[in-house]
Design a protein around this ligand. Sequence first.
Ligand code: SF4
Ligand code: SF4
Length: 655
Amino acid sequence: MERVPYWNISFGLLIDILSLPALAIFGYGIYRHWLRIRQGKANIKLGLTLEALKVGPLYLRSFITRGIVGTRIYKKLFTGVAHGLLFWGMIVLTVGTVLVFANVLFGIPVFRGEFNRLCMGAFLDVAGLAALAGVLFLLIRRLFPPERLTCFKANTGFILMEVGIIAIIVTGFFIEGARIAQNGADPGSFVGNWLAAQLTGGGGLSTIHRYLWWSHGLIALALIAYIPYSPLVHLVLAPANAGLDIPVPGPKMGVVDFEAFEGEGEEETPSLGVSKLADFSRKNLLDISTCLKCGRCHEVCPAAQTGKKLSPKGVMTTLAEYLQQGKMDDESLLDTITTDAIYSCTTCAACMEACPVAVNQPNAILRMRQHLLMERSEMPEIMGQANRSLEARHHPFIGTGFGPNDWRKGLEVPIFEKGKTEYLLWIGCSIAYEERAQHVGRAMVAILKNAGVSFGILEENRCTGDPAKQMGNEFLFTEIAGQNIEEFNELGVTKVITMCPHCFNSFTRHYPLLGAKFEVIPHAVLIRNLIASGAIWLKNSGLAICYHDPCYLGRHNRLFSEPRQVVSSIGKLVEMPRNGCESFCCGAGGGNYWTEEEGTRINQTRAKEALDTGAKTIATACPFCMLMLTDGLKKFTEEQLVKDIAELVCSQMEA
Ligand code: SF4
Ligand code: SF4
């Protein structure tokens, strides 16, 4: 017999009618979120906007992959699978419910033949079981949570929603079983048929069926109405947040338009950076609203994991509380989060990589840091000295005895000549002023000469200004970058080689926003190309070499395979447990090269991880990583194991 929708139910259409107020309450809840989010600044110039518009399809990709499919969720296997079973199971059940409405309202024959057996019977039962398994796993994990879920604040609101979903699925199965027990087996509905065989009760069953039917419908409507007021609002906010995420990796700090602060007749001078919620952009406030407090960022943050005051989850939780309480203009925000926490961020972007809902935690942290430095002149003591050194001497290496050109003493290095030289070899600050890093510059010169590359350096070496930007001194960064761009333009520089990923990142992300127009190639990529083209020949020692991914080459610029190809051409590549996009920071980023660390030292943690691979050589492709790991290793061994890939290539190069 063909299934009759609303069998045994009088006034069943009432549920359809009640769905209208439920949807209205749902809509009002989403509107309230929008009202909060729109209090943020819509006109903050990130400078990437035009570029971002050109890559519109990437926004769409982010919306679908990170927002709808939730690819990042699966980085945790069990939680990911449970989430997937629940989400897709509920989607299928919702489609099934819509088909029932379509049958009732428009007579679409969904309860006939094979479609009924396979889709309305078997497939819906499978979806119900999948969703039930998923939600039970998630509920049990909420009741016995790992530390990441409970630190700072547990999102207990999930429990009520999970119990509600279980109630909907279970009542749904029992409604099916009670109906089949009365009307005979339903083809394909294997769960319903099995339940029907267990149920007895004659006339009582039909009453139970009626009660269950109404309970099922009313719980479902209540749950839908309550979604925007519960953590399940991420069903709406997460796709929106992922879809609005500028499709370049990293914190996306853009540059500050200082001219906007110089307008005559301004009644009130706007403050630099963020001192209160109202200073954040709408995207920041959407991030804050979307955060699930899942703690995945806390688990991977090098600062949080080594006992610093910073936890990205802690920061997002505080911001969410301020937003929830409407404290848009409350200037206590930075003191609540604390200066120590704000400066402990190494800008490694591990939190962004781990976040399942596309939150940009370092962007919020760095905007607060900008305010601390530019408006309150507050920063840790050593970082302050580095900052003052940058202002006075245009490099941050306090106490160095080296001059800008000492690194090339005794070495023939060509100076860049306008119209003649192809590449500018950019030296930067660390290679000029840190003795250990000077070897990288010298090795790179040897490689370029051996390969016959047309290159030259600047007569007077300088810093990109990137450390100033990372420390929050946007004004100084803009000044230094402006001078560099001017000099590049005068010299006609069109191609630049970098040895430091921080320089590479600054040149490619921030300089173009200030008018720069030149190509940049990191030395890892150039060396890989020189090897591939046969411009240099290398001996492969076959010895194990462990490679550490610099955050600004890997996570920030997705250059994972190129340095590995270089390493593989001179030895046997060995990986640490945390590698590639899951790599652990060396601790130097965000200006933290110049800081006195509290708790366990990040560089020692990473150096130990590298040492534990058993490799006798630890390779990297960043002078800051090399310096940090070299220092970190001193706790465990006196051997000098850390080398830049340029040094390794140079040592294996055949003339
Ligand atoms: S960017 Fe790195 S250091 Fe900063 S909050 Fe995120 S994980 Fe922590
Ligand atoms: S920011 Fe992302 S990873 Fe961190 S707690 Fe919030 S949702 Fe989880």
